[in-house]
Ligand binder design. Structure first.
Ligand SMILES: Cc1cc2nc3c(=O)[nH]c(=O)nc-3n(C[C@H](O)[C@H](O)[C@H](O)COP(=O)(O)OP(=O)(O)OC[C@H]3O[C@@H](n4cnc5c(N)ncnc54)[C@H](O)[C@@H]3O)c2cc1C
Length: 271
């Protein structure tokens, strides 16, 4: 199939892009890398009258170093993170995660902001960045604000983004020098979306455990680091934690999520 006919706009600034989507009432669609939007257009899952291409907006490719972390513009491609073209403040976690997203061609065009905006539960950034405590920078008619990623993602393909707003960046907190992390993705073959993801970050006294590739938003569990380091949770412990965090599923689903999480915890502890 082919997309329906649409107009294409290529704004040079965020303000121009926002003006184009303002009042469009859902008939305009933002496009970053086009890796998800392209297939959705071809299958006519979306039939926009206007596509607003974000790729010429320099501000969306910005990198802002801050005392507590780094802000990456929304149009930063996965490959730039994989290659170290943008500074890593996560002790190697983000480059590793980026390198295992799909195939190189997808990573070259696909962007961090597009991935978060689409909010596919199996997207690697949702799990990784939830464990890292990332914040999303949102631009809209009222200006710019930052909000935690955890809470911004409401469910499968659902975020708190208004139809007149866009993601302009992602703020990634800097991990401490002794921080440890683990990331484990279970998928049938490289390049396929995951069936389960475990992401763990242990930094100082805090340990953040995330189960991703669920049927909704990632399940996020905060526990004291000492607890996990003293006695890594067993399968039943993890399943109980996941259920307490709101994750539901049959025995197979809970087992596969627990396996991904336990492998990520094991990797973090061994680091
Ligand atoms: C074959 C294939 C395999 C893949 N495998 C994986 C995988 O293993 N792991 C994984 O995590 N991902 C995977 N992906 C997804 C890919 O990584 C892209 O990140 C993802 O498609 C979205 O990024 P994009 O920049 O291409 O967004 P686009 O396709 O351009 O946009 C996606 C959606 O987000 C909206 N959008 C885009 N940018 C913004 C913005 N700044 N603000 C607000 N809304 C915005 C668009 O309107 C659209 O609705 C795969 C994709 C393909 C095609």
């Amino acid at each position: 199939m082919k997309p329906v006919d649409f107009e294409l706009a290529r704004p040079a600034t965020i303000a121009e892009a926002l003006a184009l989507i303002a009042g469009s009432d859902g008939s305009a669609k933002l496009m970053a890398g086009g890796q998800t939007l392209g297939p959705m257009l071809n299958l006519r899952f979306v039939q926009p009258e206007l596509i607003v291409d974000l790729s010429r907006i320099a501000e969306l490719a910005r990198v802002e170093e801050r005392s507590d972390g780094i802000l990456l513009g929304a149009c930063t491609p996965h490959a730039a993170i994989e290659d170290g073209r943008v500074r890593d403040v996560t002790g190697g976690m983000m480059p590793r995660v980026a390198s295992r997203i799909a195939y190189r061609a997808v990573r070259t065009r696909g962007t961090i902001g597009g991935s978060i905006a689409h909010a596919d539960p199996a997207a690697d950034w949702l799990s990784c960045l939830s464990a890292l405590g990332a914040r999303i920078s949102i631009s809209g008619p009222g200006g710019r604000r930052e909000t935690p990623l955890v809470g911004f993602v409401k469910g499968a393909l659902e975020t708190g983004l208004g139809s007149d707003q866009m993601i302009d960046g992602v703020m990634i907190p800097r991990l401490g020098p002794k921080a440890r992390w683990g990331y484990h993705k279970i998928c049938r073959k490289t390049g396929e979306f995951a069936e389960a993801i475990g992401a763990v970050v242990i930094d100082g006294d805090a340990c953040s455990i995330v189960a991703g590739a669920t049927s909704g938003r990632p399940a996020v569990i905060e526990v004291p680091a000492a607890e996990v380091l003293a006695r890594p949770p067993g399968r039943q412990d993890v399943i109980a934690m996941l259920r307490a965090a709101g994750l539901e599923g049959d025995e197979y689903e809970m087992s596969i999520h627990a396996a991904a999480v336990r492998r990520a915890i094991g990797e973090a502890i061994a680091a």
